[in-house]
Design a protein around this ligand. Structure first.
Ligand code: MOS
Length: 735
């Protein structure tokens, strides 16, 4: 295969490090004299701390310090704006240990630092706290009266007249969908090790999807200069949005390090992973109509999402309704409902999977009402243009996704009547849904160096949240300079590297990959300039387009190939380096850019017990050029598993009296296990798109979950004749 890697199923370049335990995650960094912090959380949902007694805590051997709001250094209390981070929503960011006020149940109210983790944990249990408790209203439905549009970005503008169209329609539905709060539980809990150095600078190892976010936060809060704060984050054991904003353990670890003048570590427990950020509970109302043939004539969608009382976290939920189908009359509304909880945060396909679970359920209901097959209904109402923005799509192979998915899945064998097929004691149902996700590209910078020993080193401050960034970037770099991939070193997750956007929004391959390609291209041009100078006979008149780079050599036309290491030797250079800033193409904004998918599901539902089993799922995805089919498939499959969890299992149970999360552990917060996951298949539909990114790549990180919950709900309806509009679809709702 020579040195062609793009489009190949390259195995993970960091795989060996991970499976042999040599990949170091944030909480595993160590330093001499490290102190361990343990967090104490509030046990009430709203009110004030009236007394906090640390006397028994500090008496425990090994304890070095307890921080509470009573002894937080004054300078850390001065200005709330300093606590913001690049992704902070409107409002006032939460300030840990700032004052006696309790804003939510599980809020960090103290941190104990000791010589060992066990000493800190034991001592933390001895903290005595008294509260003046106030009435707690943690639930969305309790607080609907407080729904507001203030600080909420406007949804896409209404078009046409939905009232008139609805009144005149042949078929109509009016329905409401809801989903509970979902919690992030990546395998690696959030952790920070902050290493304080004698000159007052800090090296920080943090779990974060973009090191610049942590750096900006720490500089703001602690009044430090960028040069004094280096943030490093080489490996992340899953994040999916939980690591977009710096979390409170970063503040607490840096507090410990700067006050004790020692390295300090704070790792959250699994239970504490339920104490920050979550996918918000949501209530969505739909009013939809079609003409006699089943063509959509109106779409009315209003969504109510919970947020905290101190920040306005918002999502794109209703925008999808105006985008996905051809419809002249559309009205969208989105409101936030403040509750006594921490601010929600992004969770894989934020807004998209929430909006599409409801929209794609509604489309299934509408197809039934109009007497059409759900696939035929979608093809009939196919959007050729983005009507929200009145723009053409840069590419949209959704029709091909529908076709290929239907063929692979065997959609034609679908039971046309609900509750009409039974095998043994199980009811069988087929369901489908559309998936889509934004194909964004951000500005990114990268540096590439070729050294005399034959190694290509590329660096940019992106992250690898487990998605395969190391691997994909190494593929792009290796192919572009024509080197075997084992001669490429790709560095990420370090504020000393060139700037990169956070790893989120599924834009890393398009953004950072294009920057890496551009940097290595620039490097090859530098090498050509050297070749023109030192090997003029072969290269004097060569332009970049005349030269091929392959297997460690460069060759102009069909002249004798020149080994790159030989070039550096002759030129007397140890290293050749270039840095580039890469931006999306200028006319990109003239187009609407999305990745698309079709999901088809077969479920089996026990006729007597009502429990749902997913028998198989096929996803056909169109996401531009696929750089690595192996890691891309892995993203889609993982997202499908998550979609099963969202449809059937995940539910953060909130005690309405206290705001406490009652199932803050992985025994009671249910997620799919091996027995729940079978028959998953992902196929990629070809797409050529030169507008979306220089590489032609869209992202696949989030796309895979978007259609899954609705496809499962629709299959459950097909199997049982019961329409469940409230997630998760547990057996009680089917009996
Ligand atoms: Mo994603 S929710 O941008 O990690």
């Amino acid at each position: 295969m020579g040195t062609n890697y793009i489009g190949q199923p390259q195995v993970r370049t960091d795989g060996r490090l991970k499976v042999t335990g040599q990949a170091t995650y944030a909480g595993e960094f160590t330093a001499r004299d490290l102190v361990y912090g343990y967090v104490v959380q509030s046990t009430i949902g709203r009110g004030r701390i009236t007394s906090i007694d640390t006397s028994r805590v500090v008496a425990v051997p090994g304890v070095r310090k307890v921080f509470t709001h009573e002894n937080l250094p004054e300078y850390l209390k001065r200005n709330s704006a300093d606590y913001s981070d690049p992704l902070a929503p409107p409002g006032q960011p939460f300030r840990p240990l700032h004052d006696a006020e309790v804003l939510y149940n599980g809020q960090p109210i103290a941190v104990v630092f000791a010589e060992t983790f066990e000493q800190a944990r034991h001592a933390a249990a001895l903290l005595w706290v008294e509260y003046a408790e106030e009435e707690v209203q943690p639930l969305l439905r309790q607080n609907l009266d407080g729904a507001t549009r203030e600080d909420v970005p406007d949804p896409p503008t209404a078009r046409g007249d939905t009232d008139t169209a609805f009144a005149a329609a042949a078929h109509t539905i009016k329905v409401e969908y809801s989903q509970p709060r979902h919690f992030h539980n990546p395998m690696e809990p959030h952790a920070t090790v902050a290493v304080y150095k004698e000159d007052g600078t800090l090296d920080i190892y943090d779990k974060i999807q973009g090191v610049a976010s942590s750096q900006q936060y720490v500089c703001g809060v602690f009044g430090l200069d960028k040069k004094q704060v280096r943030v490093v984050s080489p490996f992340i054991g899953g994040a999916f949005g939980s690591g977009l904003r710096p979390q409170y353990q970063l503040f607490l670890a840096v507090l410990g390090a700067t006050e004790l003048k020692r390295p300090a570590q704070v790792t959250l427990t699994r239970e504490q992973m339920f104490s920050f950020g979550h996918r918000p509970a949501q209530l969505q109302r739909f009013r939809v109509s079609t003409d006699a043939k089943g063509r959509l004539t109106s779409l009315d969608h209003t969504s109510f999402g919970e947020t905290s009382r101190f920040e306005k976290y918002n999502e794109t939920i209703v925008a999808w309704t105006g985008l996905m189908y051809d419809c002249e009359n559309v009205k969208l509304d989105y409101q936030l409902v403040p509750v006594d909880a921490y601010t929600p945060n992004d969770m894989r396909a934020p807004g998209g999977v929430t909006g599409m679970w409801a929209l794609e359920s509604a489309m299934d209901e509408m197809a039934n009402a109009a007497g059409l097959d759900p696939l035929a209904f979608r093809l009939l109402n196919y959007a050729e243009r983005d009507q929200n923005e009145d723009k053409p799509f840069s590419s949209k192979a959704l029709r091909e996704c529908y076709q290929q998915c239907a063929e692979r899945f065997g959609w034609k064998d679908r039971p046309t009547q609900p509750r009409s097929r039974q095998e043994g004691n199980e009811l069988v149902g087929f369901g489908m849904a559309t998936g889509a996700w934004e194909a964004n590209q951000q500005k990114a910078s990268a540096r590439a160096s070729f050294s005399a020993d034959g190694q290509l080193t590329v660096g940019t401050a992106t992250a690898d949240i487990g998605t395969g960034t190391y691997t994909v970037m190494s593929q792009i770099a290796a192919e572009t300079l024509g080197l075997p991939i084992d001669r490429v070193v790709f560095n990420l997750g370090d504020t000393d590297l060139p700037e990169s956007p956070i790893e989120g929004g599924s834009w890393t391959v398009a953004s950072v990959g294009s920057a890496v390609q551009s940097a290595v291209r620039m490097l090859s041009l530098r090498l050509l300039e050297l070749a023109r100078e030192y090997f003029p006979r072969r290269f004097k008149h060569a332009e970049l387009g005349d030269v091929t780079f392959s297997d460690g050599f460069m060759q102009a036309w069909s002249s004798e190939p020149l080994e790159l290491t030989g070039l550096l030797e002759k030129a007397g250079k140890e290293i050749v380096s270039v840095g580039v800033d890469h931006s999306p193409r200028k006319d990109r904004g003239d187009y609407s850019t999305y990745a698309h998918a079709c999901v088809m599901v077969e479920v089996r539902v026990d006729r007597d017990l009502g429990n749902v089993r997913v028998e198989r799922i096929v996803t056909a995805a169109a996401a531009g050029r696929i750089i690595n089919p192996k890691t891309a498939e892995n993203q889609i499959l993982g997202a499908m598993v998550w979609g099963i969890g969202m449809a059937l299992e995940e539910e953060g149970l909130v005690d309405h009296r206290s705001g406490r999360i009652m199932n803050a552990n992985l025994a009671e917060y249910h997620v799919p296990v091996h027995a729940d996951v079978q028959g998953l298949e992902a196929i990629f539909v070809e797409e050529h798109d030169e507008i979306v990114s220089a590489l032609g790549a869209k992202g696949v990180g989030e796309l895979g979950i978007v259609g899954v919950p609705a496809a499962i709900a629709n299959a459950v309806y097909n199997a049982t004749g019961v329409r469940v509009r409230e997630l998760p679809i547990t057996l009680d709702k089917l009996l």
